[in-house]
Ligand binder design. Structure first.
Ligand code: IPM
Ligand code: MN
Length: 351
């Protein structure tokens, strides 16, 4: 299996090094051949060459690799984040990665900011539509910079786009023995675009009689995620709302450093990245939490069909978290590298 590794910027490089160690260890332990190819895309490369992603670069990634792993993108020397948008959002759009898969799983009660909540209460997955909505960047500014400025940003909802993400959520629930799918929109205020979500959710739900469809307006979803997260198994929502509630979800599981994600087009080359950003001020200091990156690697292994390997990585991460063998963010005293080492050692000894 060929995997493109794009460490990117800031702590993206630090955490990717640990994810790579874990992928290599798992390959060793289970006799899998992972060919990892490092690619330089990121701020340094952009500032040196003026190229964020070469023409045809995305198509080439899809052709040459089975999966893509990204650390993080963002650098203060590129204030408009142009390279990050080109690379990250470019990948989502060009490779049509319409599913943003973001698990919200608490590994240890001590990491949860909610009172009296444990791992049994916080274990669900958010499917965020990843190719349309407000992120299509259609709109314009008229009389920009004047007191009369008009700024328009359109939200696009297509039948195809809404249908495939909702169906993915139901398919996932069915395949994992789950019994509820909650769709969140704002159809009480956005009565045009989100009426489509209502209609399609009803249509798709009808073909999954064993799964209970539930609905919450997005504001109520945010409230319920804090008030009673145990009610959720699978949540499906649009691009913008999914962006917001998955940061909330990340905090429920101990912070952005713990959160994994996959940007998927089932059956095609997909991309995996921790949810956190590049945190430039912590870069290279051996303090970043590599767990989100390592769990993203596990998600990638699962997607590539290496289910045992993925489960082994998750078990090793859980052990690290529960025994406090990690960075300050999980209440431990280890650096980025030592956390990776602990997880690799645990993987090897558990075999
Ligand atoms: C994320 C990030 C991105 C997004 C940014 C960096 C454009 O916040 O992956 O959640 O909004 O999708
Ligand atoms: Mn986000």
């Amino acid at each position: 299996m060929r995997i493109a590794i794009i460490p990117g910027d800031g702590i993206g490089k630090d955490v990717t090094a640990e994810a790579v160690k874990v992928i290599e260890a798992v390959g060793d332990v289970y006799g899998q051949r992972f060919e990892l190819e490092h690619l330089p895309y990121g701020a340094d490369h952009f500032l040196e060459t003026g190229i964020s992603m070469p023409p045809g670069g995305h198509a080439l990634l899809a052709k040459e690799f089975d999966a893509i792993f990204v650390g993080a993108l963002g650098d203060p020397r590129v204030p408009d984040m142009r390279h990050a948008r080109d690379i990250l959002l470019g990948m989502r759009f060009e490779l049509d990665l319409y599913v943003n898969h973001r698990p919200v799983r608490l590994l240890d009660a001590k990491l949860c900011p909610l009172k009296d909540r444990g791992p049994a209460d916080i274990d669900f997955v958010v499917f965020r539509e990843n190719t349309e909505g407000l992120y299509v960047n259609i709109g314009g500014r008229f009389k920009a910079g004047t007191p009369d400025e008009i700024a328009i940003q359109e939200e696009i909802n297509t039948y195809k786009g809404v249908e495939r993400i909702i169906r993915h959520a139901f398919e996932y629930a069915a395949a994992h023995g789950l019994t509820r799918v909650c769709m969140a929109d704002k159809s009480n205020a956005l009565t045009q675009g989100h009426a489509l979500w209502q209609r399609v959710f009803g249509e798709v739900a009808a073909s999954y009689p064993g799964i209970e469809p539930t609905h919450l307006y997005i504001d109520a979803l945010a409230m319920q995620m804090v008030k009673n997260p145990a009610q959720f198994q699978v949540i499906v929502t649009n691009n913008m709302f999914g962006d917001i509630v998955t940061d909330l979800g990340a905090q429920l599981q101990g912070g952005l450093g713990m959160a994994a994600s996959g940007n998927l087009h089932p059956g095609k080359t997909s991309m995996f990245e921790p949810v956190h950003g590049s945190a430039p001020k912590y870069a290279g200091k051996n303090v970043a939490n590599p767990i989100g990156a390592i769990l993203s690697a596990a998600l990638m292994l699962e997607y590539l069909g290496c289910t045992r390997e993925a489960a082994a990585v998750e078990a090793a991460v859980t052990e690290a978290v529960q025994t406090g063998n990690g960075p300050a963010e999980i209440g431990g005293a280890l650096g980025t590298r030592e956390t990776g080492d602990f997880i690799v050692r645990t993987l090897r000894t558990r075999m």
